[in-house]
Design a protein around this ligand. Structure first.
Ligand SMILES: [Zn+2]
Length: 168
C-alpha cells in the first residue's frame, strides 16, 4: 500500500527524493517519509521428534488441502516470538526451538512471509476456535496434503533441504 495522505495528521504527502530510495511520499508537517506499507507474517513448519509435521485446516477453509500455522507479527514482537506464540495459540503445542528457514514476498496480499522450522515434542493438540482440524502428518505424506505451488510447499521443501544438509 502506497500512502497518499499522512496517516498521522491527514495532510497530503509530497514526493521527496531520499538518497538511493528515490521519491518517497513525505509529510511536511510531521517531517517524515512514509514508505509503502506491507504486513509481515510468520509461517511455521512445526515438526516433532518422529519427523511428523503439524498440519491444520482453518475454520473458514473449504478445501481438502491443509496448511501450516501462520500469523501476523504484532508491533514489538520478534519473528521468533511470533512463531512460538502462533503455534501455542493455534494448536496448543510449545515448540522447543524456532529456526528461520526462508522468506517469500506474497504479492497478492502484500505480505512478507517469514518461514520457520519449529521443533516440538509430540503431544495432543489443543485447537483454537480458528482451527477446524489438525494432525501430525508423517513426512512422506505431507506433500499429498498441501496445495501445489504454495508457500507452504516452498517451506516444506526448504525444510527437507536443510535437514539433508544437517543444518537444523
Ligand atoms: Zn503528517
Amino acid at each position: 500500500m502506497i500512502f497518499t495522505y499522512c496517516p498521522d495528521c491527514g495532510k497530503k504527502l509530497i514526493p521527496r527524493t531520499l538518497g538511493d530510495e528515490g521519491d518517497i511520499p513525505f509529510c511536511e508537517s510531521c517531517n517524515r517519509p512514509f514508505f509503502p506499507m506491507f504486513s509481515t507474517c510468520v509461517i511455521c513448519l512445526c515438526v516433532n521428534e518422529l519427523g511428523e509435521v503439524a498440519l491444520i485446516k482453518q475454520s473458514y477453509m473449504k478445501t481438502e488441502h491443509f496448511i501450516l500455522v501462520s500469523g501476523y507479527i504484532k508491533p514489538g514482537e520478534t519473528a521468533e516470538y511470533t512463531a512460538q506464540r502462533e503455534i501455542e495459540e493455534e494448536i496448543g503445542i510449545t515448540p522447543e526451538s524456532c529456526h528461520f528457514a526462508l522468506s517469500v514476498f506474497y504479492d497478492k496480499r502484500d505480505q512478507l512471509m517469514l518461514g520457520f522450522v519449529c521443533k516440538a515434542k509430540k503431544a495432543d493438540m489443543k485447537l483454537s476456535c480458528e482451527v477446524a482440524e489438525a494432525k501430525w502428518c508423517p513426512e512422506n505424506e505431507v506433500m499429498n496434503n498441501l496445495r501445489g505451488g504454495s508457500i507452504t510447499v516452498q517451506l516444506f521443501e526448504k525444510y527437507l533441504e536443510l535437514k539433508e544438509q544437517n543444518k537444523l
